[in-house]
Ligand binder design. Structure first.
Ligand code: PEP
Length: 254
């Protein structure tokens, strides 16, 4: 993933920060995080806040943004849904796929994730494929098989050129929003498995793939997680909602 500057700091705001809060967040964040060309910062606001983010970041082309989810179809009778094809007009250039909350709450299967990745790529967006095991799967010794299934399933309909554009996020589900962070050793193990599976799936040069860690990252643990072998950045939920906390996390890339 040579065209991306690592570390990558990605913020997933989930269903938080509407347009007004997005403007207020950005006013404070840009004052605390001057432009930096040694890292990539990308925010995933709720879809309704994408235009507000674009306005607030108009003078900061270093701050990128993306959509949290898209439909598997390009257009049609899907009330409430958003198509990947609609996203570039907002200025957003990234898209998440396979987040564990989409899998759990909305029933996204690996085949849906594969199609969403395809739609994101067709729209010219850069996808982040999220994978990770539940606590039950981990305790049953299924870490590697879950990641294998998720990666191979998601990449099934993506051609070689598309695969080189993907970013990956290893997010152990038991560490998301729980305050229970994976140790640097756990993160390194998960990232090594993702890399092995990328190699097995023929996803380009797996040694150069950008793999983010996600799960209760905060200013207090960003240093040790970023230092873990194979960790190229982070995907952050809760601690990205506060501009001071998010600026402190991104400052770890300086
Ligand atoms: C996430 O939603 O991807 C995430 C990692 O959340 P949190 O940082 O709150 O655990």
């Amino acid at each position: 993933m040579s065209d991306l500057c690592a570390p990558v700091f990605a913020a997933n705001w989930k269903m938080c920060h509407g347009p007004a809060e997005t403007g207020a967040f950005m006013e404070r964040f840009v004052a605390r995080y001057p432009p930096c060309d040694d890292a990539t910062v990308v925010v995933f606001p709720p879809a309704i806040s994408l235009p507000a983010f674009a306005v607030a970041a108009a003078d900061r082309p270093d701050l990128q943004f993306g959509v949290q989810d898209v439909h598997t179809e390009v257009a049609g009778a899907h009330t409430g849904a958003i198509s990947a094809a609609m996203v570039p007009a907002t200025g957003a250039t990234w898209g998440l796929a396979g987040h564990s909350e989409r899998r759990r709450e909305f029933g996204d299967k690996d085949a849906d994730v594969a199609l969403k990745l395809r739609r994101l790529l067709e729209a010219g967006l850069r996808p982040v494929l999220c994978v990770g095991e539940t606590i039950e799967e981990r305790e049953a010794g299924q870490l590697a098989t879950v990641i294998e299934r998720q990666i191979h399933g998601a990449l099934s309909s993506i051609g070689a050129a598309g695969r080189t554009r993907l970013v990956y996020a290893y997010e152990p589900v038991w560490a998301i929003g729980t305050g229970r962070t994976a140790s640097p050793e756990d993160a390194a193990e998960g990232h090594a498995i993702v890399r092995e599976q990328l190699a097995a799936a023929g996803a380009g040069d797996s040694a150069r793939a950008v793999i983010l860690y996600g799960g209760s990252v905060k200013p207090a643990n960003i240093g040790q997680l970023l230092a873990a072998p194979g960790v190229d950045g982070v995907l952050v939920g809760g601690a990205s909602l506060d501009p001071d906390s998010w600026a402190a996390i991104c400052a770890a890339g300086r």
